[in-house]
Design a protein around this ligand. Structure first.
Ligand code: ATP
Ligand code: MG
Length: 176
């Protein structure tokens, strides 16, 4: 199954992201990520045998017990890919706590002999895909802050008209 590990975002941050999407609707054509699918990917594992899900879950338990919840806030808009069909995202700022969370998740997955996408971690929440950025100006994004305390292992199902992310295992930072 296709797996990824993501941080779940505080309510105030999610609300702001949805507001940013609403402001974008007038300016940019593309496919919007559904509000209940907005997330911050920490590590993308790709295909993993179903029998190894428990091992991934244990790795996450190990990491998250060792890190306390911390504050994050939203930043700027950015994009990946071609201007005519881009991935449009909003950055998330969480200082060294966020980068060290991503690094320890990745290190623990590596220790458990999983492989994952090794692109350097760039903390962002995808808002739109296939976004046409060739005309119009981007609006100012909404800002918000909140406490990040939840990391989830998701299964991604891409067989339907839109991706479906199913939570398989959720851990709370600073708890065992
Ligand atoms: P679709 O691929 O249909 O546009 P999606 O990208 O949301 O949907 P997945 O491809 O399963 O669904 O990706 C799940 C999460 O992992 C998303 O946050 C995505 O940005 C991220 N992701 C996917 N592929 C990679 C990769 N190669 N490297 C890093 N992150 C990735
Ligand atoms: Mg994808």
């Amino acid at each position: 199954m296709r797996l990824f590990v993501a941080a779940e975002l505080p309510e105030a941050v999610l609300d702001a992201l949805v507001e940013t999407q609403a402001a974008l609707r007038d300016a940019v054509r593309g496919r919007y990520v559904a509000p209940d699918s907005l997330h911050l990917t920490l590590a993308f594992l790709g295909e993993v045998p179903a029998a190894r899900v428990d091992e991934v879950a244990s790795a996450l338990e190990l990491v998250c017990a060792g890190q306390a919840p911390f504050e994050v806030h939203l930043g700027t808009l950015g994009s990946f890919g071609r201007r005519r069909s881009a991935v449009l995202w909003q950055s998330v700022e969480g200082g060294s706590a966020l980068s060290s969370l991503a690094a320890s998740v990745r290190r623990e997955l590596e220790n458990a002999t999983f492989s994952f996408d090794e692109k350097p971690f760039l903390a962002h929440v995808t808002l739109m895909r296939a976004a046409d950025l060739t005309h119009g100006e981007l609006p100012m994004p909404q800002m918000a802050r909140g406490v990040l305390d939840t990391v989830t292992l998701f299964k991604s199902d891409l067989t339907g008209p839109r991706p479906i992310y199913e939570p398989l295992h959720t851990v709370t930072l600073g708890e065992r």
